[in-house]
Design a protein around this ligand. Structure first.
Ligand SMILES: [Zn+2]
Length: 236
């Protein structure tokens, strides 16, 4: 019976860098690791650079794959699809003969490929439920959005309108500012200024666009410092 170790020896004898497949599934359903998953395989001429090679041991021109092998293949491919963000289907799960002039993987197994794909889909149904919004994660060309863009989408929009209570408090703050200015009482000036700056900062992004965001942040910092100054002055 072929194991990954013996195939490794054969492929070394071929002058290859050891076993050409990434995985090998033995008749008893044991999944063996071949070439590391993050290295290019030597399993399918012309398609190695973007595919994972899974060898199911047996001559399926004459024999049938065992149930254990089919079961293991479905579990393995489901996990691979999940890892690489692939939807199981006839475009992602292929037989060797789809690309090269070969009988591989044998007529019997090749005929069962749609069943294997269906089995993978069943295993992945759970995965789908959690990641069913995949479309929203990609742009119109199917290219994934960057993390930064996804985070930005989740951010609530900056409010640009003031509630009535906020307008009232701004008028009070303005009155305090004017009163402080008029009488020369510094804490009043600072309290008023702090509240006004804190409220006005919010419309900065709407007024100045992207540049308004850092401006708003600076204003917030400035207003907090001013408030501290006012409190300090009050108690000095
Ligand atoms: Zn093959």
């Amino acid at each position: 019976m072929s194991s990954a170790a013996t195939v490794h020896q054969w492929h070394l004898a071929n002058g290859w860098a050891g076993i050409g497949y990434h995985y090998l599934i033995r008749k008893d359903g044991t999944i063996e690791r071949g070439r590391p998953r993050d290295t290019v395989g030597a399993h399918c001429y012309g398609e190695n650079w973007h595919s994972i090679g899974v060898n199911i041991v047996g001559n399926f021109e004459v024999a049938m794959p065992t149930d254990a092998q089919l079961d293991a293949a479905e579990r393995l491919v489901a996990r691979l699809c999940q890892m690489y963000g692939l939807r199981p289907g006839s475009r992602t799960i292929k037989g060797h003969r789809d690309f090269n002039a070969t009988a591989c993987p044998g007529q019997n197994l090749y005929d069962m490929l749609p069943d294997v794909i269906a089995g993978v889909g069943e295993i992945m149904a759970f995965h789908y439920r959690w990641f069913s919004h995949d479309e929203e994660l990609t742009d119109e060309f199917g290219v994934r959005h960057s993390r930064a863009l996804l985070d930005k989408k989740k951010e609530p929009a900056q409010p640009t309108k003031y509630a009535r209570g906020e307008i009232a408090s701004m008028i009070v703050a303005l009155a305090a500012f004017c009163y402080g200015f008029w009488t020369g009482i510094a804490p009043f000036i600072l309290f008023g200024a702090a509240f006004l700056i804190y409220e006005v900062r919010r419309i900065m992004p709407a007024v100045f666009g992207p540049v308004g965001v850092p401006i708003a942040n600076v204003m917030r910092g400035f207003s907090i410092v001013t408030l501290f100054g006012a409190v300090l002055l009050l108690f000095l």
